[in-house]
Design a protein around this ligand. Structure first.
Ligand code: APR
Length: 310
């Protein structure tokens, strides 16, 4: 393939993302992990599935970053996932160190790559990757909004018994309890869901979306969601690799947009070959502005924790 994507962390999210990238024939894939044998074993397994899945993407695994050199995109999933009772924020101490080290290696071996951060707590890890890589702001993007919106879409489709393909949803803000699902901008075949469901039902779906990650953690007990997170990261990668210019909710560094500065938070962005090519500012109602400000304050608080850790 003429494009190359490195996925760092060959665990649940990383390996699933590698599988989806290869099976969609978007690029060659390099899987990197600190555990010896795991990225090599998983990549060989995926390679042996290729004749059946009918793709010619090369998937390789390594423990060192030489193999990742010259990547177009690097997806960072390295770190620990949460267990029942943990919030994403509880991961900050361990994952900040991992994401910092990983991002320095990315900058060294793939200086022109776009980084897609998946490790949690997401918005804070974007700050770590941005600072450690030294990349311009358009080339560090966090995966959260696509996942949160997909969860909202799945719940809307279940509620109305319609195709998921007809659904569209927007979730803004940080990737945590304070995320801001926007029912006004969420539609089924172009019809706002506010016309199709009662306020009570919308509120219930919004609540389920905001705790969608925790719902999976409480079922799995040993880790967190990975099929939908991997799909979301791959949708972002596809828009960049093919320069599709899709507008997707992603964590991007705001420098004045929505009234925030030096802050990674989920907003609608146009994703193309350059990474974040535009941040779309949509008009928010007062209560939506308040909710976004609350979400931004939660990310600011984590930035404070990061400073203390440094
Ligand atoms: N370099 C490379 N890989 C690392 C490093 C490191 N410094 N530290 C840990 N890893 C690897 C682990 O060895 C493991 O294989 O990261 C992988 C993480 O995989 P899982 O434990 O299966 O976790 P996963 O469910 O994939 O979640 C990864 O994404 O969604 C977020 O909250 C989640 O932060 C978590 C991350």
């Amino acid at each position: 393939m003429d494009k190359k994507v490195t996925v760092i962390g060959a665990g649940n999210v990383g390996a699933t993302a590698a599988q989806r990238l290869a099976e969609k024939e978007l690029c060659d894939v390099v899987l990197i992990d600190i555990v010896e044998g795991v990225p090599q074993g998983k990549s060989l397994d995926l390679t042996e599935a290729a004749p059946i899945e009918k793709h010619d993407a090369h998937v390789t695994g390594a423990n060192s970053y030489e193999a990742s050199a010259g990547s177009d995109i690097v997806i960072i999933t390295a770190g620990i996932p949460r267990k029942p009772g943990m919030s994403r924020d509880d991961l900050i101490g361990v994952n900040a160190g991992i994401v910092k080290k990983v991002s320095q290696e990315v900058a060294k071996y793939s200086p022109n790559a776009v980084i897609i951060v998946v490790s949690n707590p997401l918005d804070a890890m974007c700050h770590v990757a941005y600072e450690a890589s030294g990349f311009p702001k358009n080339r560090v993007i966090g995966m959260a909004g696509v996942l949160d919106s997909a969860r909202f879409r799945a719940f809307i489709a279940m509620e109305l018994n319609v195709s998921v393909e007809n659904t569209h949803a927007f979730v803004l803000g940080g990737h945590g309890d304070t995320m801001v699902p926007l029912p006004r901008y969420s539609t089924v075949a172009g019809i706002p869901i506010t016309e199709l469901m009662s306020k009570e039902r919308i509120d219930a779906l919004v609540k389920r979306t905001a705790s969608g990650g925790a719902e999976i953690v409480s079922l799995l007990k040993t880790g967190s969601a990975y099929y939908a997170p991997a799909s979301a990261a791959v949708e972002m990668a596809e828009s960049i690799l093919k320069d599709k210019k899709k507008i997707l909710p992603c964590a991007a560094l705001l420098q004045g947009e929505y009234g925030f500065k030096d802050l990674f938070i989920g907003v609608p962005v146009k994703l193309g070959a350059k990474g974040v090519e535009q941040i779309i500012e949509i008009k928010l109602l007062d209560e939506e502005k308040t909710a976004l400000a609350k979400s931004a304050a939660a990310v600011e608080e984590l930035k404070g924790v990061l400073k203390k850790l440094a």
